[in-house]
Structure formats: C-alpha cells, structure tokens
Design a protein around this ligand. Structure first.
Ligand code: GLP
Length: 243
C-alpha cells in the first residue's frame, strides 16, 4: 500500500488525475472502474483539462462504473449515470457504447446484477479502479455486513449513507433506499486500485480501513490485501493515519 499525502482537495484531485492520465497514456485501451461522489469530482475536472490540452485521449477507453441507485432512470439528475455524463463523459471523447453503469431502472435485481457481471466478465479485469469511501467504510455501495459480497448485488443503504448522500436530494426521504453495486471480488481483481479520501469526516474511517482488522464490517479494509493499492488523502482525511 502506498499512501500519498496531499496538501488540499485540489492537490489530491490533481495527483489522482495524474495517476489516471498516466494509466490512459500507458494503455490507451484501459478499462477504468470509475466512481461517483464529491470526492472524485475534482479528479474529473483535471482529466477534462488534460483532455482539452491534448494530453490524454479517451477514444479507446472503457469505463465500468461502480454503482447506481435502484429506481432512478438515466435522466434522473441524481442518478450516477447522469453524474458521470455531467462530470466527465460529456466533456471527453469516450464512446457512449464504452460506458457502463448498472441499470437502476431495471427493478429485477437478479437480471440487472447478472447483466452487469456479464459485462464485467466480457472485459476481464479492470485496469484501474478509482474509489471513494463512505463514512461507514463502504466502497461502491458495498455496505458493512457479515460477509464480503463478491459479485454485483442489490444493497439496502445504511442510514449513515442516506444521511451523507441526502445533500444531493431535496430531502432524505427522496434518497433511494436501495442500490446496485459492483462486488468486492471485481474491485479486488482490478490491477490497480486508487482510493481517495478528503475531509475530516473521513479521518477515523481511513485509519480503521487501512490499519484496523480486515473485516466485512469495514468493507474498505479488504483493500489492505490488494497487491497494488494507492491511497491519496488530503490533510484532514489523513489526520488519524500513522506517520
Ligand atoms: C456514495 C458512493 C461511493 C462514494 C461515497 C462517498 O455512497 N456510492 O462510491 O465513495 O458515496 O461519497 P463522497 O465522495 O461524496 O464522500
């Protein structure tokens, strides 16, 4: 595990974007596992800048996103599909047919999850998986539980997750209670994992995830045994990590 300490959110974002840009330059047909949330927004801004400057090209890139709320269509402004279009895909030359997000509009969970696993299997391993972390240690929407869920599955969101994500909705009642998420096996099979954390609300869970026991009660703790994990924290998120 490599921990990079950034001085600010901006610095974390630039460093994260540089790692993703290097991945695309080194392997133009990379399969990226991309994430939503406030944390990666700055990374996407920097990637768009690098694309506009001609430094990176998404022509042959594929993106397989981590998760989606159940019940939200693509055109719902809080769907993760919409988030990815607005924050990255609309601004670069990625081909729409190379972009995947679990289908939240399909209420048949078995069908939606199997279809996503089929897509993942078709591509094989993800080259670089970008992750944020929830305050309860979730990655994607893999919430704390008794076991690590391996494949794409439906989850019931924890109260703390609903609370944290309600800022994007009119009220907490409007936050969907369920989501589809890529499983832990897919995340762990990625060749490289890049975990980002920003802000004081992530400080305690970052310590638990990276230095506590590996347990499905803290889903991100499994990343400790990933062979190629890079973590970038800003000052606040890194405050509880050992020197
Ligand atoms: C959501 C997403 C996660 C993300 C988390 C943290 O629950 N499903 O992928 O890591 O929020 O979000 P933020 O970056 O806004 O703190």
């Amino acid at each position: 595990m490599k921990i990079i300490r950034a001085s600010s959110y901006q610095d974390m974002s630039r460093k994260g974007a540089n790692i993703i840009a290097a991945q695309i330059i080194m392997k133009p047909n990379s399969v990226l596992g991309l994430a939503t949330g406030g944390t990666p927004e700055g990374v996407y801004k920097h990637l768009i800048d690098q694309y506009n400057q001609g430094d990176i090209d998404f022509e042959h890139v594929t993106s397989i996103n981590l998760d989606e709320y159940v019940g939200l269509n693509h055109d719902h402004e809080q769907s993760y599909w919409y988030f990815m279009q607005k924050h990255l895909f609309e601004h670069v030359n990625i081909h729409p047919e190379n972009v995947y997000v679990p289908d939240g509009s399909n209420l048949n969970a078995d069908q939606a999850c199997q279809a996503y696993d089929y897509i993942i299997q078709r591509y094989g391993r993800i080259d670089l998986q970008l992750l944020g972390i929830g305050v309860d240690g979730h990655i994607g929407f893999n919430e704390p539980g008794d076991t690590f869920e391996l494949n794409t599955h439906k989850v019931n969101l924890q109260e703390s997750t609903i609370e944290a994500n309600k800022r994007y909705f009119a009220s907490s009642e409007d936050v969907p209670r369920e989501a589809y998420t890529m499983g832990i096996k897919t995340i762990m099979q990625a060749r490289k994992v890049l975990l980002l954390a920003s802000g004081a609300s992530k400080a305690a869970i970052m310590r638990e995830a990276l230095f506590g026991p590996v347990t499905p009660r803290v889903p991100a703790s499994i990343l400790q045994i990933h062979p190629d994990l890079t973590v970038i924290v800003d000052q606040d998120a890194g405050a509880c990590l050992p020197e």
